[in-house]
Ligand binder design. Structure first.
Ligand SMILES: [Zn+2]
Length: 271
């Protein structure tokens, strides 16, 4: 048995870790999947409207990221964590909305105890299969199955943001790192597909109860030389939801594409 930061999604009590399952003092039990993740979503949350990315979207993102188009971002993030998080094997890092663990699995190689939560079962399953250093759970960012004041660092990478939950699970002076797309992210890709491409809207950075420490913009140019990679990239973006037939046709005919990527890494400290 070992101490984990997971809490019971039914009653909120701490969960005790045994070989096959996790259990709270009220005997709510959660089985571990063969791959190693645990499903910590309550029946109520399961019927929520947004079940997360479907297996096809997970596959697309996994295939795309495995070609390291976003490696510069991952390296930049790792650099920030090394600079900000004191070296301590007991540090607790939670990736809220971890997807298939592309960033989480990398960070868990050098920093503290890593945890990842994602609403998608396929994502958690894939992540847990590939990465045995991190504790993965299926759970909602809006009802994190995580004990309060348990995290030194919270990561929120292209994932939904829940202010009250993030404040609850972070320790006093805990760090929050968010990654969001910058205004010109995938600009040439959008130009190739849309009649009227628009820039991403970057909102005000201020967050209540957090000190804003810094913003770093991370840019690159990527060259995609197969329609498969282009389709996979498309599947990863919010545009996949709202694209008409004409744009889809253009997309199908694209066989190569050079586009810029642009991200913002935002770092905060809970005050
Ligand atoms: Zn319980």
């Amino acid at each position: 048995m070992s101490e984990l930061i997971w809490s019971c999604p039914v009653c909120g009590e701490n969960l005790v870790n045994t070989e096959k399952l996790l259990k709270c003092s009220k005997n709510h039990c959660f089985d571990k999947a063969r791959s190693g993740y645990v499903n910590l979503i309550s029946v109520k949350q399961k019927h929520a409207k947004i079940p997360g990315d479907n297996p096809e979207m997970i596959r697309a993102r996994r295939d795309f990221l495995s070609k390291h188009y976003y490696q510069n971002l991952r390296d930049a993030l790792a650099g920030k964590i090394r600079a900000y998080l004191p070296e301590n094997p007991d540090s607790v890092i939670l990736d809220a909305g971890c997807g298939e663990g592309y960033y989480t699995s990398h960070i868990s190689r050098f920093a503290g105890n890593c945890y990842g939560v994602d609403i998608s079962k396929s994502a958690a399953d894939f992540a847990a299969k590939a990465d045995k250093h991190t504790h993965y759970a299926v759970g909602s960012v809006f009802h994190l199955p995580v004990q309060e004041h348990s995290c030194d660092l919270l990561l929120n990478i292209f994932a939904p943001y829940c202010h009250s939950e993030f404040l609850r699970v972070l320790k006093h002076h805990g760090l929050l790192i968010r990654i969001i797309p910058a205004a010109k992210h995938l600009w040439e890709f959008k130009q190739a597909v849309y009649d009227k491409p628009y820039e991403n809207q970057v909102k005000d950075y201020g967050l209540e109860h957090f000190a804003f420490l810094e913003k770093t913009e991370v840019q690159n140019r990527i060259f995609l030389d197969s329609s498969e990679d282009i389709q996979n990239l498309f599947q990863m973006t919010p545009y996949a939801y709202r694209t008409g037939a004409r744009e889809r046709e253009r997309l199908r005919n694209l066989e190569m594409l050079e586009t810029q990527t642009a991200f913002e890494i935002l770092i905060y400290q809970k005050i």
